[in-house]
Every structure is written in structure tokens, then in C-alpha cells.
Design a protein around this ligand. Structure first.
Ligand code: ZN
Length: 96
């Protein structure tokens, strides 16, 4: 396989990985960024309780049902508040 073809396949793979991550994220990039910032702040302040109470608080404040986006965030590795901050950063999910 020549170099150009290898690069093409790699780019294709990266794009499909990115598309899959974005598909899991029910929130817009802006909402996700806001959620991660708010959750991060509360994790630093109060710690992580091994649940998603901080993320749920953000959801309530913003009138968004937690069930709408939490299952997708779990697919992205965000099973609790600290994992949401670590694994669901918009820089990772949307990879811009
Ligand atoms: Zn945690």
C-alpha cells in the first residue's frame, strides 16, 4: 500500500470515529461545552459522587431531560460526573 492510500484510509477511519462520537452526543457542541464546564466546576468544588448529579443539575437548569443525553455520554465513557469531564470534552468529541 502506498503512503497516500494509507493516509487516505487513516483519515477515513478518523472521520468515521468522529462521526460515531458526534452521533452519541445528543447535545450541540455549545451545550456540551457548557455542560462540561459546569460539571467540572462542581466536581472541583464538591468532588464526584460516582453518579451524574452535577450533570443532571445542569440539565435541570437548562430545561433539558437528562435521559436525552446521559445514555449517549455513557457511550462516550462518561459514566459519572468526573468521567464526563474527562471523556466527553467537546474538544475530544467534536475533534475540531
Ligand atoms: Zn467520577
Amino acid at each position: 500500500m502506498d503512503k497516500a492510500r494509507r493516509r487516505e484510509l487513516r483519515d477515513q477511519y478518523k472521520r468515521s470515529e468522529r462521526d460515531a462520537r458526534i452521533a452519541h452526543c445528543a447535545l450541540t457542541e455549545e451545550q456540551l461545552s457548557d455542560l462540561v464546564d459546569a460539571t467540572d466546576e462542581l466536581v472541583v468544588e464538591q468532588g464526584c459522587f460516582h453518579d451524574t448529579r452535577h450533570a443532571e443539575q445542569w440539565a435541570e437548569r437548562n430545561g433539558i431531560a437528562p435521559d436525552f443525553f446521559l445514555p449517549g455520554l455513557r457511550e462516550l465513557g462518561g459514566y459519572c460526573d468526573c468521567e464526563i469531564v474527562m471523556n466527553c470534552d467537546p474538544g475530544i468529541v467534536f475533534d475540531r
